[in-house]
Design a protein around this ligand. Structure first.
Ligand SMILES: [Zn+2]
Length: 748
């Protein structure tokens, strides 16, 4: 190892240059030590969370040193962003990638060879090109920086095979070049992989804490009212900058649209937009013309906006590393930063489906990462402790600043259970993962447990006892949760050589002989809620409200239904003609107290408001006053009317008495699809007169019979109507058209 320069003159110059070029008067964290390390010619490994000033660690030495520094970076957008920033500081930095033409490439090479270029950003695939290799061998290179170094590891969340060839290429240029590898996310396993692959196990390691103290972490179950929650959240944070991450371009568009129609300044960002729009939207967010950017994970790499106040994951991310990196964009200035994830198991299942075309290894890795994600969402343990534990950092107490700390799940005292787990790990030679141990303890079917003859161990099935206090049996899930919490509490360590394998820590080994009661948290029941919602169990209706699936006010719903019944009787109409159940449920959720608010309810519309709305509005107003309910007026969710063009077209055509067959044909719809559209229009309260068409296809008597039927029917179900009118030989289309006529005349 070479001597690190310690002359005060050099230190003095570094600080001066920091001020002169970047405008900072102080280094942050370990920046100075890192810069000294690489400037001293040492291989240097930097693990530093996003927003802690990682790029400065190679930029400043590159500027100060003689020659040009090579920066290997995975993304063209990221390169461009950094080059732009450096050029703005008056530094000659350029990139070499596939977007350049011949003349531009020659300029880059010329500047590199004559020594005026300080930083050359290059993608790993460009590095391997023969002509580039040749010129790099001739250039005076100060050092090589490998940015986003986690791309080397297939255990990481962003594996790029070409990254694994970097070491070989550098050896071809000059094997003695000093190397600095940097990443913002690395579990101990990934960290080891990077060091091994770059042959820098002996390098100076600078690992900053991953604890972002100002970030508040929260996970919410993603239920049917997710859009309402989202809008409410943003409106409560009016004027603040926020990022919403979605999984797909489609969802990005939908959510951005939804927010816009609800008067939130939001713009979409994803790789499917053309370059100019993307740039415009990004700038609008940076310049605060837009408060919210709705984006796929393509957004944010290299974006340095210090005052992002919230990061919302509308869909669950693919890995905790991704989650940590994306949430890391909140509160970079050290002030407020809220991180909310909407989680449900269906999103995870969707992600699993994406993996099905991958190779076996890739698929296994992706599944491991997802499992960690699911565990994070469900575990009742302190979120910050969980996250830090994932990155190999141990925290000795709960943070007090996350949802699990602020609103804890039920706490449980365990002792014998912990001893049992630790013993099982000890007696299986510390070679297995948590799932294996949980299966062993609960005697759950697992061929590995039997093939290793672990079913002969004394603890096999020993966890199938009842907990005396709770009077409940611990299932295998509960044992898995306990095992995870023992890792977080430091009784167990993850083996960084072998993925998932658990070993005893010193603390764990001592505990076996000298145990004491420890407190753990029960898991959330997010996943159970989901199954309750979707299963067909007969008692689902009883369970649903308790499970959180329905957000409506049951007392109010009862009153609304009673009012509907009374009105229906007075007007001699079936109740559903007035308002359908889903509309009443929505009223019992959003408490509309004006005609405008009432008209926003799905299936209502202004027509129905003026016809039936008043008594309902009066009832709700009285109820809200009596029960002192705070109505969230700002969360009336308007749905994005992206299909409205077709609907308007249909209404216009019907007004002009155009044949339905013709309308269907001109919009490329089948007849039943057209009727469905018309039904939507009708159920939203618009009056339609279809007589011109109905008179063509049905005689008066037939019309009369069906009309009478709907007048007296208990329900407007077409299926029931078909059964009831079996003898009359009516078709489904006829019934549906008559139902529209009926509803238009009596309801709208
Ligand atoms: Zn906490």
């Amino acid at each position: 190892m070479r001597m690190i320069q310690e002359e005060t003159g050099v230190q003095h110059t570094l600080k001066e240059r920091l001020k002169e070029i970047f405008g900072y008067s102080q280094f942050r964290g370990e920046q100075e030590a890192i810069i000294n390390s690489i400037m001293g010619g040492n291989n240097t490994f930097v693990i530093m969370p996003t927003g802690a000033g990682k790029s400065l660690c190679y930029q400043l030495p590159a500027i100060t040193n003689e020659g040009v520094a090579i920066v290997i970076s995975p993304l063209i957008a990221l390169m461009k962003n950094q080059v732009d920033q450096l050029n703005a500081f008056g530094i000659n930095a350029q990139f070499l990638n596939s977007t350049l033409n011949k003349a531009e490439i020659n300029k880059v090479k010329k500047d590199a060879l004559d020594g005026s270029l300080k930083l050359l950003y290059i993608a790993p695939e460009s590095l391997t090109k023969e002509e580039n290799l040749d010129f790099l061998q001739r250039a005076n290179i100060s050092f090589v920086a490998v940015d986003e170094a986690h791309c080397i590891s297939e255990w990481g969340h962003d594996f790029r095979p070409e990254y694994r060839r970097i070491r070989g290429i550098i050896d071809n240029i000059n094997p003695d070049l000093p190397l600095i590898a940097l990443t913002a996310t690395a579990t101990p396993k990934v960290q080891q992989d990077i060091a091994k692959n770059l042959r820098m196990e002996e390098s100076a390691l600078f690992k900053s804490s991953f604890n972002r103290k100002n970030l508040y972490y929260e996970v919410r179950p993603k239920l049917a009212d997710v859009n309402k929650q989202l809008i409410k959240y943003i409106k409560n944070n009016k004027g603040k900058s926020g990022i919403i991450y979605c999984l797909s371009r489609k969802t990005v568009e939908e959510v951005a649209n939804l927010l816009s129609v609800n008067d939130i300044k939001a713009l979409p960002y994803h790789a499917g937009l053309d370059g100019q729009t993307r740039m415009h939207n990004q700038d609008a967010f940076l310049n605060e013309e837009a408060d919210v950017i709705v984006a796929t994970i393509a957004f944010g790499m290299g974006i340095d906006k210090p005052d992002v106040r919230f990061v919302i994951h509308y869909d669950a991310p693919k890995s905790l590393e991704g989650y940590y990196q994306e949430t890391g964009r909140a509160g970079r200035d050290g002030l407020e930063g809220n991180c909310v994830m909407f989680y449900n198991i269906e999103d995870i299942q969707k992600l699993e489906k994406f993996n099905k075309d991958k190779s076996v290894t890739e698929r296994d890795n992706a599944r491991h990462l997802l499992n960690e994600m699911v565990a994070y969402a469900n575990l009742g343990a302190c979120r910050r402790r969980q996250l830090l534990s994932y990155f190999g950092e141990y925290m000795d107490k709960d943070c007090g600043f996350c949802d699990n700390c602020v609103k804890p799940t039920q706490k449980i005292r365990i002792q014998n259970e912990a001893v049992l787990i630790l013993k099982a790990i000890q007696q299986t030679d510390q070679r297995f993962d948590g799932e294996h141990i949980a299966d062993l303890i609960t005697a759950t079917d697992n061929i590995y447990v039997t093939s290793y003859e672990h079913d002969k161990l004394e603890m096999y099935g020993a966890g199938k006892f009842k907990d005396e206090q709770e009077g409940e049996e611990y299932g295998v899930e509960f044992w898995r949760s306990m095992i995870r919490q023992l890792v977080i509490l430091g009784f167990l360590l993850k083996d960084s050589e072998n993925f998932g394998v658990l070993k005893l820590s010193d603390k764990g080994a001592k505990f076996i002989n000298d145990p004491f009661p420890i407190t753990i948290s029960k898991d959330h029941t997010f996943d159970e809620n989901e199954t309750q919602k979707s299963s067909d169990d007969e008692d689902v209706t009883d369970l649903a409200p308790a499970g959180g699936g329905n957000a409506y006010d049951e007392a109010l719903l009862g009153l609304l239904k009673a009012l509907r019944k009374k009105l229906a009787k007075d007007k001699n109409l079936p109740p559903y003609v007035i308002f359908q159940d889903p509309s009443l449920e929505e009223m019992a959720t959003t408490y509309p107290t004006t005609s405008q608010e009432m008209a926003q309810i799905n299936g209502v519309g202004m027509g129905k408001v003026s016809k039936f709305g008043r008594p309902f509005i009066d009832l709700i107003t009285k109820y809200v006053e009596e029960n002192e309910i705070e109505t969230a007026k700002d969360v009336v969710v308007k749905s994005a009317a992206n299909k409205s063009k077709v609907k308007i077209f249909i209404i216009q055509q019907i007004d002009r008495k155009v044949d339905l067959d013709e309308i269907a044909e001109s919009k490329g719809l089948a007849m039943d699809e057209l009727i469905e559209e018309i039904e939507h229009i009708c159920y939203s309260g618009t009056k339609l007169n279809l007589d011109y068409y109905i008179n063509q296809i049905m005689d008066r008597d037939r019309q009369h019979d069906i009309y009478d039927y709907f007048m007296t029917a208990e329900t407007d179900s077409i299926k029931v109507a078909l059964d009831e009118l079996l003898e009359d030989d009516v078709t489904e289309d006829e019934l549906r058209l008559m139902r529209i006529k009926f509803l238009s005349e009596v309801a709208n």
